[in-house]
Design a protein around this ligand. Structure first.
Ligand code: PEP
Length: 252
């Protein structure tokens, strides 16, 4: 089955509204003819402005987190319905920075992933091992736990709707990109984990690589058989770099 490549830029906590608009205006003309799916993952405060700026362009807008509940006494949190009200297309869930710095657990993700899908949001679920886990031969155990927990409450027929980003934590923001062999092994392993639930859906599932993707290493990673795109952090803040990564996506 052919899967449309998907390049998503995670802006993290970067960008005032004015800066976000500037970045998106620089990006849109550079990706207008792209044959792949593109998303920008934007800080909450700039979501509305970016949604308005990209309208009609085909570029999707994602938030970087949400709460699983529809509403309630959860100070500082934002629900899927609130994101939907802004016409946001999707949400990144379980990014390693949320897991490591803000205590995001696999149990919380078990609730967030189906809540986002039920609300009509697309989901990028992030998984990945630490440097210690890789060195100790624990990569597969870690990925198995994260993928199985994150997808546990997703009905089988919706598994293929969840995009999974494999992001080795040691590669995020470090310049230490995974080798093509390391990336392909992990991406294929993640697909096999989805196939344990449903083989057909695993063929639909788009699995992205994330971790120090730049214009000069993107083509090699994006050509891997189980790589359906990239989640890009630092390089997504530069319209030219991000567009070059989009250009490196193979036509499938
Ligand atoms: C990320 O934030 O998901 C990421 C992969 O960052 P970077 O591309 O900067 O390593």
């Amino acid at each position: 089955m052919s899967r449309t490549p998907f390049i998503a830029g995670n802006w993290k906590m970067h960008g005032t509204i004015a800066e976000a608009e500037q970045l998106v205006q620089a990006l849109l003309p550079r990706v207008a003819a792209a044959p792949c799916d593109i998303a920008v993952c934007v800080p909450f405060t700039a979501l509305q402005a970016v949604v308005d700026s990209v309208r009609g362009s085909g570029v999707a807008v994602y938030a970087q987190n949400m709460h699983h509940a529809e509403k309630g006494a959860f100070t500082g949190e934002v629900s899927a319905a609130m994101l939907g009200e802004l016409d946001v297309d999707g949400v990144v869930l379980g990014h390693s920075e949320r897991r490591q710095l803000f205590g995001e657990t696999d149990k919380a993700l078990q609730l967030k992933v189906p809540a986002a899908l039920d609300a009509g949001l697309e989901v990028i679920l992030c998984v990945g091992e630490t440097e210690d886990e890789r060195e100790n031969g624990d990569t597969e155990r870690r990925l198995r736990h994260q993928v199985q927990e994150g997808l546990e409450k997703v009905p089988a027929e919706r598994l293929g709707d969840v995009v999974i980003a494999y992001e080795p934590i040691w590669a995020i923001g470090t310049g230490n990109v995974a080798t093509p062999e390391q990336a392909q092994d992990a991406l294929a392993f993640v697909r096999a984990l989805v196939a344990d639930r449903d083989k057909e859906q695993a063929e639909r599932t788009r699995i992205l690589y994330g971790g120090s993707v730049k214009a000069d290493n993107a083509a090699e990673l994006l050509a891997l058989p189980d790589c359906d795109g990239a989640l890009v952090g630092g390089a997504s803040l530069d319209a030219e770099q991000f567009a070059a990564i989009v250009d490196a996506a193979p036509q499938r």
